[in-house]
Structures are given as C-alpha cells and as structure tokens.
Design a protein around this ligand. Structure first.
Ligand code: NAD
Length: 261
C-alpha cells in the first residue's frame, strides 16, 4: 500500500446511486452532491412530478454525470420492483440507495386519524423498508457490496409536539437501520442513516415563515441556524463513499447540536 492509498476517499466515480423523492428538497441536493462526488444518479419521483425530476436531472448532468429519471411511489411494492428492474435494465446495477422520500402531517396526537397514520407510515416506514429490501436483494445477488443511507430525522432520536406519527416512523427507521446493517454486513452492504434537524426545504417552508416558530427552533439549535440541504448532503456523500466502509448501523445526527442537549 502506498502512502497515498492509505488515505480515505470520498470519490464515487463509476458508482450508481438511486435517490428516492429526488425531484425537490433534500433529495435534489443529495442527487447533485452525489453527482459532484462522481456518481451517476437515478432520480425517482412520484408519477406526475416528472418535470421536477427533470430539473434535478439537469443539475446532475451539469455536474458531468449521467442522470436517469424514473417514476417511483415508495408506498407501492410493484412500483419499487419496476424501478429497480428499470435501473438494472438501463445501467446494469445499483451501488448506493438513498431512502429520502418522506412526508409529515403535523397534528396533536389526539387528532391523528387512521388515514393520516397510514399515509405517513406508508411513505416513511414501509417505503424505506421495501426499497431497502428490493435494492438489498439486488446488491446481495450481485456480490459487490453497497451503501444504503436512510434519511431519518432528529425526530427519530427525540420527541416533539404535534409529530407523534412522524417521530414514531423516524425512530423506526433508526432501528431498522441497525437490523439491516447486522443482516447485510456479511455481504459488505453498509446501512446507515442521517438524522437532520430542521432543514430549509418545501417540507417545512410554511412552518418556518412563522417568526415565533422559527425563533423557537433556533433557540434549540446550539450552532444558531437551521440546516441547509447542503449540510446534510455532506453526511450522505460520506456514508456513500469508501471513507465510511467501516461504519454501519449508525445514525449520524446533522442537527447543529439539538440532540446533544
Ligand atoms: N426538511 C426538514 O426539516 C427535515 C428534517 C429532518 C428529516 N427530513 C426528512 O428528509 C427527507 C426529505 O425531506 P424534504 O424536507 O426534502 O421534503 P420535501 O417535501 O421537500 O421532499 C420530499 C420528496 O419526497 C417525495 N415523495 C413523497 N411521497 C412519496 C412517495 N410515496 N414516493 C416517492 N416519493 C415521494 C416528494 O414528491 C418530494 O419530492 C424526508 O424523509 C424528511 O422526513 C426533513
């Protein structure tokens, strides 16, 4: 081993990454950041949101990498299987999966309906599990390892009002990450998660325009600002890269110190 090869690399040259829910918000930034690190990126979005996905694809291509746009509803197993088959038919294999798609409906626990419960659990929990299962099966059969990165939340590590279902699903993602890491370690598949604090995206836009809410959030973030999608993208690129080859089952908080309190 030369002295240079001893050092970690964050390069993803030649890797193929799938990012779920990548037409906007963090999914778009993750896609572009992975492309800048060298990956070709599969942009997946809900049917009907193709134009948003095409905008992300344009950013990936501007970074000099290939982009493939395909429809995906993570709540539908048939849609997941079609997406994986499509990527393998077009590009041959998948090295990296970022389970990014997620939703929230803010309500006090007392007001949560069965329908709201099922919507949130279907995307945040069922979607993460079955996307991981489908891509994990492909990675195991291929025998070349892989990286799975689940987008959890600080709300999977601590509680907060009006987020009973969201917090429960994100805590489930944190523990699912550990189980998949254990089961798939023999196949050199690393499974990790990121747990962001509030990040400026369309998901929280309406919430943070309320100055009182915005100020109360900032009071709980020791670094004194909300996260930008790029803050979280650094953690995702790390967990996708060879630099994190000995990290698995871990949830990396990207929260400005919120959960350190
Ligand atoms: N923004 C935050 O403050 C914050 C903080 C912590 C964690 N997160 C998590 O980060 C992830 C991305 O959030 P964001 O803020 O970018 O949200 P966003 O609403 O901007 O983007 C979410 C994306 O997921 C897609 N999506 C929704 N349902 C889907 C489905 N059934 N199948 C496929 N795609 C679907 C949407 O079309 C959208 O493109 C989510 O998992 C969210 O829970 C967000």
């Amino acid at each position: 081993m030369t002295s240079e090869t001893r050092f970690p690399t964050f390069h993803l040259d030649g890797r193929i990454a799938v990012v779920t829910g990548s037409g906007r918000g963090m999914g778009r930034t993750f896609s572009t950041a992975l492309a800048h690190a060298g990956a070709d990126v599969v942009i997946t979005e809900l049917p009907g949101r193709e134009s948003a996905a095409e905008e992300t694809a344009a950013e990936v291509r501007a970074a000099g990498r290939r982009a493939l746009v395909t429809a995906l509803d993570v709540t539908q197993l048939a849609s997941i299987k079609t997406m994986v088959a499509h990527v393998i038919a077009e590009w041959g294999h998948i090295d990296i999966l970022v389970n990014n798609a997620g939703i929230n409906i803010r309500q006090f626990a007392i007001d949560v309906t069965e329908d709201a419960w099922e919507q949130i659990v279907s995307v945040n929990q069922k979607g993460v599990f079955f996307c991981s299962q489908a891509v994990g099966q492909h990675m195991i059969e291929r025998g070349q390892g892989g990286k799975i990165i689940n987008v959890a939340s600080q709300m999977g590590l601590v509680g907060d009002e009006q987020r009973a279902v969201y917090c429960a699903t994100k805590a489930a993602v944190v523990n699912l990450t550990r189980v998949l890491a254990l089961e798939w370690a023999p196949h050199a598949i690393n499974v990790n998660a990121v747990a962001p604090t509030y990040v400026r995206t369309p998901l929280v836009e309406a919430l943070i325009t309320d100055k009182a809410v915005h100020d109360s959030i900032l009071r709980r973030i020791p670094l004194g600002r909300m996260a930008e999608p790029e803050d979280v993208a650094g953690a995702v690129v790390f967990l996708a890269s060879p630099a994190s080859d000995f990290v698995t089952g871990h949830t990396l908080a990207v929260d400005g110190g919120w959960t350190a309190a």
